[in-house]
Design a protein around this ligand. Structure first.
Ligand code: DVN
Length: 265
């Protein structure tokens, strides 16, 4: 015969197990963003950023891909979105990156350098997936083409289009964070190479500084052939420099409140 106290402890542990199970289910459901949640996430992020004309920005955004073939959404489809939400940038603080997303975003979040993902459109859509389909006015978040499934998919075309606008806006001293742990830090197939650096004009961009992030896995340095290709691609008149910077040093700098972005190297 079970004593009263043992019965109580059994009941308690069942309640705790049920609560934990419910919590796990809630977290899993929250992670799988439904179309309705996609729009509410879009609007919430827009409002959190500055809250200006979010409804108009949403309308311009979904017009690019709704009721269209999922592999027939060119970057130009987002032109009216760029008009509705022009990229806000400031000279001498713009930071581009390639294969260094985490450290670049960490630095931009804590210091006064700005990446595309810190602009209104970049911050709203970073990390999200979306598409439409013929015959429907819905925004889908499941069953959408993956990045490499087709070039003109809604997500890839969005990033190509906003990256073009970010490259066009480049001005003053520009930084690009590249990865010394890969043999070709300046990847000719990357968005930075195919879209952004082509738009650096010597009338606006005075200097490009490559911050080559090094760590114990580094396989190359500033003498890398692909970095010479980058330098040769630049407009005449744009000063080029390359700095090899330990990842640990950047991470220390991120935690140092008094240092600004550019003083981390
Ligand atoms: O300068 C930056 C920034 O301004 C951005 O607009 O473009 C530049 C970064 O793009 P990139 O030069 O192509 O650098 P990456 O690191 O090769 O790719 C950047 C991002 O594009 C990746 O982080 C992927 O985004 P995700 O999934 O991490 O949110 C995406 N991407 C690129 N190639 C991909 C891919 N995603 C999936 N498969 C691929 N093959």
């Amino acid at each position: 015969m079970e004593s009263g106290s043992r019965k109580k402890s059994r009941r308690l542990c069942c309640i705790v197990a049920a609560v934990v199970l419910l919590l796990i289910i809630a977290i899993v459901l929250a992670v799988i963003l439904s179309p309705k949640d996609f729009k509410s996430t879009f609007m919430q992020r827009c409002k959190n950023f500055n809250g200006n004309n979010c409804a108009a920005i949403w309308d311009a955004f979904q017009k690019a891909y709704v009721n269209r073939d999922q592999c027939d959404v060119p970057p130009e489809a987002y032109d009216s979105l760029i008009e509705a939400a022009p990229l806000e940038t400031s000279c001498n603080r713009m930071m581009f990156w390639s294969k260094t997303k985490d450290v670049a975003q960490d630095l931009a979040a804590k210091k006064n350098c700005s990446t595309l993902e810190r602009t209104l459109l970049g911050s709203i859509l970073d990390g999200l997936t979306w598409c439409g389909k013929r015959g429907s006015n819905e925004t889908l978040t499941e069953g959408c083409p993956k990045w490499d499934d087709c070039v003109k998919n809604p997500v890839r075309s969005f990033w190509n289009r906003v990256s073009a606008a970010f490259g066009d806006a480049a001005c003053g001293d520009v930084t690009v964070m590249l990865n010394a742990s890969i043999p070709t830090p300046f990847d000719p197939k990357s968005i930075f190479a195919t879209v952004e650096v082509k738009r650096f004009k010597s009338s606006k961009v005075k200097k490009v500084t490559v911050v080559l992030v090094t760590d114990m896995n580094s396989v190359t340095n500033c003498k890398n052939k692909s970095l010479q290709d980058l330098q040769n691609m630049l407009d005449k008149g744009i000063i080029y420099s390359c700095l090899e910077v330990q990842k640990s040093r950047i991470q220390e700098c991120i935690s140092d409140q008094n240092k600004s972005c550019g003083s981390c190297w």
